[in-house]
Design a protein around this ligand. Structure first.
Ligand code: ZN
Length: 500
C-alpha cells in the first residue's frame, strides 16, 4: 500500500513539474517575450499541455488509485494522504472522460477564436468572431455531455473552476444578492456623485509602484519568494510555493490602477505563498477554487485597501509622495473618491457595489447559451438590453459590450461566478477572523496586518486544495455560503459614505 502511495506521489510530482515548466513559459509569454516568439512559444506550451494530459490519463494511475482506495478510507478525510488520493482521483476521473481528440480540437478552436477576438474587439466587429464563438459554445455543450447526469450543462464546466458548485445554487445566491443590491445601487446613484478627479492626474510611474510595493510588503507578501513585473493584463502565477509572482500595470494618469491592482494580485499571491511547504510538489498545491482565490484578492484590495482605518495610517505618507496632486485633498474626500460608485459599462473598471451585476449578466447568458435558450447571434442585443435595464446605459459599441472580456473567446465558460463568490466569501472570512481577533480593525489603523494574515494562513492558505470552498466556509464560519456578511459590509460602508 505504502509503495503504491509513493508511486502515486512520484507520478503526480512529475505532473506538477510539467505544470511548473508550462507556468514559467506562460509567465514569460505575457511579461518579457518579444512578439516574434509567439509561434514557437505557443507550440511549446501546447506540447507541455499534451504531455500533462497523457501523464494524467495513463491507465496505471487508475490501477494505483484503485489499490489506494482502502488507504484513503483508513487514513481519514482530513489526512494529507487521503486528501492527496482524493484530489488525484478527482483529476483522473474527470480527465479520462474527455477524449484526447476532443481536447486537442478544443485547444485549436480556443486559440483560433482568441486570435479573431484580438482583431474583432478593436474593430468593434462582433460578426467577425460570431461563427467561431458559436462553434466554441457548441464544443462546451459537447464537453458537458461527457459528464451525463448533470442538472445543468454549465455544471461540469463550472466544476473546473469552482469545484462542487452548481448553476442552481449560484442562481439561488444571485437572486438573493440581486434583490438587495439593486435598491442599494439605486439609492447611491441617486446621490451626488463622488469626486475622484484628484485620482485622475499625472502620477509618477516609479513612485506609484514603490508605494504599492511598500503596502503589499506590509500586508505580508514575501518578495523573497516572489517578484513584481509589468503586464498588460495583470495576473498572479504560483510557480511553486516559494516562487509566486505578481504583475501590475501602471496608468500615469490614474492612481487607482497600479495601487489597487497591486493589492489585488498580492492577495492572490499571499494565498499561494501561504500553502504548507510540504504540499509543493503535490496535488494539494495552490488555491482550491476561483471563488476562494478571489475572496483573498478582494479582501486585501477592498475590505482592507479601500477602508477608512487603512487610509488613516497610509494617507499621510501618500500625500507626502504626491503633494501636488493630493496636498489639498482631505482624507474624507480621498476615501470617498476611491469608493466612488457609478453605473458603468466595463466590468473590470466597476466599483465593488455594481461589480456583481456585471457578473450576474454573464452567468445568466452562459446558462442560456448552453441550453440554447439564447443564440450567439442574439447575444449582442441581449447584452445591450440587459445593460440598459441594469445600468441605465446602452453600450454604444460591442467593444464596450459583448466583446469586452477575453473569457468566452478563449473558451473559458463557467468562470465568471467566481468573482462574485469571492466578494461574498471575502466578507464571510473577514468576519470570522475579526470574531476570533476583535483587535484586527484597530491594528489595520496602525498599518499592522500580521494577526489577520496569520489567521488567513492558518485557516485557509495552508490547506491548499485540501478542502473545497464550502468546507473552508463550514470550518471557519460554521455554515455555508451566505450573502449576509457581505451585504452588511456594503450597507454599512456605503450607508456612511453616502448618508443613506
Ligand atoms: Zn483576481
Amino acid at each position: 500500500m505504502e509503495k503504491s502511495y509513493q508511486e502515486l506521489c512520484k507520478r503526480t510530482a512529475e505532473l506538477i513539474d510539467l505544470g511548473t515548466a508550462g507556468a514559467v513559459l506562460g509567465w514569460d509569454q505575457q511579461v518579457y517575450m518579444p512578439p516574434g516568439g509567439a509561434e514557437a512559444r505557443g507550440r511549446a506550451i501546447a506540447t507541455i499541455a499534451k504531455l500533462m494530459h497523457e501523464t494524467l490519463i495513463d491507465p496505471r494511475n487508475g490501477v494505483l488509485l484503485e489499490k489506494l482506495a482502502p488507504m484513503e478510507k483508513t487514513k481519514g478525510y482530513d489526512s494529507d494522504e487521503a486528501s492527496i488520493i482524493r484530489l488525484a482521483r478527482r483529476g483522473y476521473e474527470k480527465a479520462v472522460k474527455v477524449p484526447p481528440e476532443f481536447t486537442s480540437r478544443m485547444n485549436v478552436l480556443q486559440s483560433e477564436c482568441f486570435d479573431i477576438w484580438l482583431k474583432a474587439r478593436p474593430a468593434n466587429d462582433y460578426a467577425l468572431v460570431q461563427p467561431t464563438l458559436d462553434k466554441l459554445f457548441g464544443m462546451c455543450r459537447e464537453y458537458a455531455d461527457f459528464f451525463p447526469g448533470y442538472e445543468h450543462p454549465l455544471d461540469p464546466l463550472m466544476d473546473n473552476h469552482d469545484y462542487g458548485m452548481k448553476a442552481s445554487e449560484i442562481r439561488r445566491i444571485f437572486t438573493g444578492l440581486r434583490k438587495e443590491l439593486v435598491p442599494l445601487v439605486e439609492s447611491i446613484t441617486a446621490c451626488e456623485p463622488a469626486d475622484d478627479s484628484f485620482l485622475r492626474m499625472n502620477y509618477d510611474d516609479a513612485m506609484q509602484l514603490d508605494f504599492g510595493k511598500r503596502v503589499v510588503s506590509d500586508f505580508g507578501y514575501d518578495f523573497n519568494r516572489g517578484r513584481q513585473d509589468m503586464a498588460a493584463h495583470p495576473f498572479t502565477i504560483g510557480i511553486s510555493i516559494n516562487d509566486v509572482r505578481i504583475t501590475t500595470r501602471v496608468h500615469p494618469e490614474y492612481l487607482g490602477s497600479a495601487l489597487f491592482g497591486t493589492m489585488h494580485e498580492a492577495g492572490h499571491a499571499m494565498y499561494e505563498q501561504g500553502g504548507d511547504p510540504k504540499y509543493d510538489a503535490t496535488v494539494l498545491k495552490g488555491g482550491t477554487s476561483i471563488g476562494v482565490h478571489e475572496s483573498q484578492s478582494r479582501l486585501w484590495e477592498n475590505i482592507i485597501g479601500r477602508s477608512k482605518p487603512f487610509w488613516e495610517h497610509y494617507y499621510p505618507g501618500l500625500k507626502k509622495e504626491f503633494p501636488k496632486q493630493l496636498g489639498k485633498v482631505p482624507l474624507d474626500k480621498f476615501y470617498k473618491g476611491i469608493n466612488k460608485v457609478q453605473k458603468s459599462l466595463i466590468r473590470v473598471e466597476a466599483d465593488e457595489v455594481t461589480y456583481n451585476l456585471h457578473v450576474m449578466l454573464r452567468f445568466d447568458f452562459e446558462c442560456d447559451l448552453l441550453t440554447e435558450k439564447l443564440s450567439v447571434a442574439e447575444l449582442p442585443d441581449a447584452w445591450n438590453d440587459r445593460m440598459e435595464a441594469d445600468m441605465g446605459i446602452r453600450p454604444p459599441t460591442d467593444a464596450d459590450g459583448v466583446l469586452q472580456d477575453i473569457h468566452w473567446y478563449n473558451g473559458i465558460v463557467g468562470y465568471f461566478q467566481g468573482y462574485a463568490l469571492g466578494n461574498i466569501m471575502s466578507a464571510q472570512f473577514y468576519d470570522a477572523a475579526v470574531k476570533k481577533h476583535p483587535g484586527i480593525p484597530a491594528e489595520i489603523a496602525e498599518g499592522k496586518f500580521s494577526t489577520l494574515h496569520s489567521w488567513l494562513v492558518e485557516n485557509i492558505h495552508r490547506h491548499g486544495c485540501k478542502y473545497t470552498a464550502n468546507e473552508l466556509l463550514e470550518r471557519t464560519t460554521g455554515g455555508g455560503l451566505d450573502i449576509g456578511p457581505y451585504m452588511k459590509y456594503l450597507k454599512t460602508k456605503y450607508g456612511e459614505l453616502y448618508d443613506l
